[in-house]
Write a protein that binds this ligand. Structure first.
Ligand SMILES: *Cc1c(COP(=O)(O)O)cnc(C)c1O
Length: 389
């Protein structure tokens, strides 16, 4: 059997062991310790944002962002249906309800449909946006930069400004992606909205085992995020708490790993870009389409999305996945749509079309930062059926 090629695994080639060993030998392993501060500063510096707060997960960062955005019970939050469910669940953690939107051809929330929804399905009076259907206030929008890509984010941003919607960027998949033209030229995804959230889960572009980072350009909000993520402790000595807090702070061990990983981020992006180009070249003049990244960004190339159209290819994405599995190559379809998931079947949806189309066709291809050209070649011949015996 040929060597197995996983979908997305981490790569540890730098100072990971050195920093983690230092955390252990100095006996600072929990939420105190210098690596937490260093990692926060390094991420803020890389992104050019004023503040970064290290959390236990991206999900925790999203939860805290919603609290900081003032979203509470009886409110609504606009979310994409085509994304990992962790982008949506925190809306329910704060007692609010999601309203599901469609995606565009970059798999990100469709800005034009969002505009139609806001104009036709909502009232906007005295700075308050009310959903005509539910009579509830729409407070926030979670924009996911799916797979490191971005859609018409500028338009989404402008709509959020006009309608006074707090914009939370779920940049959990897009650390390293930045705009190369337009209003946000030079800015990283996750640093533009009111809050941005990154994830360092094991499958993300860099990992801390598990972890996240909440980023904003408001020192007061960052301070409050630190407070809420450390059990809202108001007096260190006497354990006085004026609010309900969370045990959401990143540990020094995780941060040590993250600091080492961040040092290699740009290297990982270069490898992933090379492999993207190799795939793209190989799929030219085939019935397959490798989804492009938006031309206005330098993507981080986190995940590669192959469109498998059964009408052209004769098999479905799931059948292709099976065929590749038999050759020890791991791929996977895109997430099951959130508005169809059991907890969300009663929530409002707005004209979902493209998400259904892509959901049935996309297959994510192996994309690890240690994927070799020969791996890509093996994957390509498995897909295109050469040497098919
Ligand atoms: C990974 C991910 C999250 C959650 O991050 P965790 O660190 O795993 O909690 C949220 N949203 C999206 C789109 C993700 O891919």
């Amino acid at each position: 059997m040929s060597k197995s090629i996983p979908l997305s695994v981490p790569s540890f080639q730098g100072n990971e062991l050195k920093y983690v060993s230092e955390a252990i030998s100095t006996e600072w392993v929990s939420t105190g310790g210098k690596f937490v501060d260093q990692f926060e500063q390094a991420v803020a510096h890389y992104l050019g944002s004023s503040d970064a707060v290290a959390c236990q997960s991206g999900t925790a960062g999203l939860h805290i962002s919603l609290i900081l955005a003032g979203v509470g019970a009886q409110d609504e939050v606009i979310v994409p249906t085509l994304t990992f469910i962790a982008a949506v669940n925190p809306v329910k953690y704060v007692g609010a309800e999601p309203v599901f939107m469609d995606c565009d051809d970059h798999l990100c929330l469709d800005a034009d449909k969002l505009e139609r929804f806001l104009k036709q399905e909502c009232h906007f009076k005295q700075g308050i946006l009310t959903n005509k259907h539910s009579q509830k206030t729409i407070k926030a929008l979670i924009y996911v930069h799916v797979f490191g890509n971005s859609g018409n984010f500028e338009k989404v941003y402008e709509l959020c400004q006009i309608y006074k919607i707090k914009l939370i960027e779920d940049a959990t998949e897009s650390l390293g992606t930045y705009f190369t033209s337009g209003k946000f030229k030079g800015k990283f995804t996750g640093t533009i909205g009111d809050f941005g959230v990154y994830s360092f889960n094991g499958n993300k572009i860099i990992t801390t085992g598990g972890g996240g980072m909440l980023v904003c350009n408001d020192p007061m909000q960052a301070k409050r995020a630190k407070y809420l993520t450390t059990q809202a402790k108001d007096d260190e000595v006497r354990f006085i708490h004026h609010e309900i807090g969370y045990n959401y702070r990143m540990t020094n061990l995780q941060a040590a790993l993250g600091l080492a990983q961040l040092e290699n981020l740009e290297k990982y992006i270069r490898v992933k870009q090379d492999n993207y180009k190799n795939y793209r070249q190989a799929f030219l003049n085939t019935p397959y389409q490798l989804l492009p990244f938006n031309s206005n960004i330098r993507p981080n190339y986190w995940f590669y999305s192959l469109v498998v159209d059964p009408e052209k290819i004769g098999i479905t994405n799931l059948q292709l996945m099976q065929k590749l599995q038999e050759r020890n190559i791991q791929t996977r379809p895109i997430w099951y749509l959130n508005h169809l998931q059991k907890p969300y079947q009663c929530n409002q949806v707005y004209n979902i079309e493209k998400a259904l189309y892509y959901f049935e066709r996309i297959l994510s291809l192996p994309c690890s930062a240690n994927l070799l050209l020969e791996d890509v070649q093996r994957i390509m011949s498995a897909i295109l059926g050469e040497n098919d015996g």
